[in-house]
Design a protein around this ligand. Structure first.
Ligand code: GLU
Length: 395
């Protein structure tokens, strides 16, 4: 018996694998600082926790409709309409088991075998694999030097087989937030080449310096009609383990995802649906506090990285920093860098190779300032001990 060709060469998510490795090393007694996984270290808001307990105690633990409860779909439709400034109805919302699940449902609903899908590098580790699972061909478009969108490179990657583009703003792993002008430019490209846009907006609440996130659906009715939003509770409500997300899309795509999920998973977790709805309806105070705390950590971390001589695209959203470590790399690239760093200093990062950019590494600052301080001391020591050449290390 052999695994099918469909799964044979699918890799295990590197972010999750590294997180598991860091936790296993810590369980063995090693002193590890884990900056690998992107997971808020805060509790879910009180109102969310209470709603989850109430659902369990009240017996609201049965199957729900495959697309989610009517009241949650309505709450999400209202939330998306308000935050994106465009009206969505409940039947354009399909609730999913997570943002990842929403994304895979959307990709399966959008792609024919052999369709090319543009990945705007650096791109989160699971996009490529999810596209491949859907039978599509991921095509990476390299970024500008500051990790923002490189429209010339995007145009160059488009062929007659290109069907769609994956947008992620704020971006994982860089924290880059697309400007409205950039989204408009992507929209013009999408219209010119008749592409759909799959817009992963999971980090949209985690945004700093008064920045504003823009969704393609907010630009024009024409772009709304070719955009599928995926979003969820994990990052902005600190609800990672609850596993709850959604698709907001034109009806035929939302219903495609519903029909697909009705066979694959039945329905999203009933308890998490109630918990998410409580969060959506009350705008919990904890969220603003969490964002403020992330903002402080970000400032500290970026100052430290700069002081170490690392060039880092300035992250205006999400909770990642993505410095260029090329002067410290050998032939093993960013993967070797991260292995040595974990071995020598007990600091777990994610290699940029996981995101299609092998010259960088990703640090998640979704952990306490005290831990970030220890992490930066370790990184500083590692860089000093492993400089490939003094001249390049000073850059
Ligand atoms: N999205 C987070 C990350 O990039 C969580 C792990 C994952 O699903 O990749 O670290």
């Amino acid at each position: 018996m052999h695994p099918s060709s469909r799964v044979a060469d699918i890799s295990l998510s590197l972010t999750l694998a590294l997180d598991a490795r860091a936790k296993a090393l810590a369980a063995e007694g090693r002193d590890i600082v884990n900056m690998s996984v992107g997971e808020p270290d805060f509790d879910a808001p009180a109102v969310v926790q209470e709603a989850a307990c109430k659902a369990v105690r009240g017996g609201k633990v049965r199957y729900t409709p495959a697309a989610g409860t009517a009241s949650l779909r309505k709450a999400i439709a209202e939330h998306v309409s308000k935050t994106r400034g465009v009206s969505f109805s409940a039947d354009e919302i399909t609730v999913a088991h997570s943002c990842k699940h929403a994304l895979s449902g959307a990709m399966l609903s959008l792609c024919e075998p052999g369709d090319e899908v543009l990945m705007l590098l650096p791109a989160w580790v699971s996009y490529v694999e999810i596209a491949r699972i859907a039978g599509a061909v991921p095509v990476g478009a390299p970024p500008r030097a500051d990790c923002g969108p490189n429209f010339a490179a995007i145009e160059k990657c488009i062929t007659p087989r290109t069907r769609g583009v994956l947008l992620n703003s704020p971006n994982n792993p860089t924290g880059y937030v697309w400007t409205r002008a950039e989204i408009e430019e992507l929209g013009r490209i999408a219209e010119r080449h008749d592409l759909w846009i799959l817009s992963d907006e999971i980090y949209r609440r985690l945004i700093y310096e008064g920045e504003k996130d823009t969704s393609p659906v907010s630009i024009s009715p024409a772009l709304r009609a070719r955009t599928v939003i995926v979003d969820g509770a994990s990052k902005s409500y600190a609800m990672t383990g609850y596993r709850i997300g959604f698709v907001a899309a034109p009806r035929d795509i939302a219903s495609g995802v519903e029909r697909l999920h009705s066979h694959l998973t039945g329905c999203p977790n009933a308890v998490s649906q109630d918990a998410y709805e409580a969060g959506l309806r009350s705008e919990p105070v904890e969220i603003a506090k969490m964002v403020e705390e992330f903002g402080q950590r970000r400032k500290f971390l970026l100052a430290e990285l700069g002081d170490m001589g690392l060039r880092t695209p300035w992250p205006r959203g999400a909770f990642y920093a993505f410095p260029d470590v090329s002067p410290w790399l050998d032939e093993r690239g960013s993967g070797g860098f991260c292995e040595d760093l974990l071995e020598q200093q007990g600091l777990a990062l994610v290699p940029g190779s996981a995101f299609g950019v092998d010259t960088h590494v990703r640090l998640s600052y979704a952990l306490s300032l005290d831990k970030i301080k220890i992490a930066t001391q370790r990184l500083r020591k590692f860089l000093a001990q492993n400089a490939k050449s003094p001249a390049s290390a000073k850059r």
